[in-house]
Design a protein around this ligand. Sequence first.
Ligand code: G3I
Length: 377
Amino acid sequence: MKPNWQGPMLTRRQQLAGVAGGLIMGALPSTLHAAGDEPLKDLAARKGILFGTAISAGQSSPMADPGYGAIVARECAVLVPENEMKVYVLGHDPQALNFGPADRIAAFARDNRMKLRGHTLLWNYGKYISPALAETVRATGAEKWLRAYIAQVAGHFGDRIYSWDVVNETIDPKTGEIRDTVFTQALGFDALKIAFEAAQEHAPHAQRVYNDYMSWEVGNETHRAGVLRLLERFRKENVPVDALGIQSHLGNDGSHSKLQRAEWKQFLDRVTAMGYRLLITEFDINDREMPRDIAQRDAQTAAVAKSYLDQMLAYPQLDQLLCWGLWDKHSWLNGFAPRADGLPQRPLPYDDALKPKPLRAAIADALRAAPVRKGIA
Ligand code: G3I
């Protein structure tokens, strides 16, 4: 069956308008196209790209904060739940899953005519598999549990989800090998294969994505090599995987000199040569090692973003760009990677007061400069 996750199809006229708009606007200074001008989703759509963000269903959700809700609705064409489709929220019993929080996000997406991504069916990372879940999986049998769980989750959302992170973060960055979990102890590589096959069976129209956080920064060499080996094996064993989700949590070293642009290009070239499409699934910039001064910090963050997005958006296979939140105030980084000086992180396009930052302008600039592509097809 033909997948239903095609992106925005552009008419010839729209394509020409997009190209011309890019040339004209690209010549203007970034400050002239900060907030109040064209929504990021529209800039992206003109290039055949879906722009969106992760949101949560809790206190920090766009549903709970109308100011944030308006920004999300204006900027985004696609949403992904930050945590609400994870097993620790849905629960361990496939026959009694807690879909409430994810359904609230799905309803917000529907009411605002946005698409919905799913994250994630199998987070094969021991840190996120509780002892209680491991016990349930062992008692049920890993294959039986996995198939039943994916059948229920993918089946519940059906065609509302156009793209699933089927497997998340299964490569250990230190060794480049598949992580050792309750699933791989029982099934080895087949745990991953079963997950993708079950997703194909129960969400036949959705794009199937392998999602991971290997990046272009120094220290990621083993991780990248491991992901390449995994993607090669998927092809060799006919595992139905459509795309690589590149999380893009950037900026840990805060220095351009430590980025490996050439190695990153080799990595992306090898991934696309295997026929995988690409998407940016969790974009944000960790500013922990950047200056205290806010203007300097925001400028560095924007520069890293523009430089990265220019390289990424040059690939016609890349057709989705999702941030991991739009609002600094609720970034996961404040809890997971606090700054030594105690100041809050500023990793996202809108600041604590919901004012657009240079990072938003950098994303807009990169979208304006990107070539037109044929949507996600
Ligand atoms: O909701 C509970 C709350 O009831 C409780 O009081 C509180 C105490 O710790 O925890 C709350 O849950 C936290 C949850 O975020 C919601 O805020 C969890 O402890 C915390 O572990 C969880 O962190 C999430 C993390 O994944 C682990 O699931 C982050 O929000 C989320 O941004 C992060 O997202 C991951 C992607 O899924 C995969 N890629 C990396 C990315 C960043 O780590």
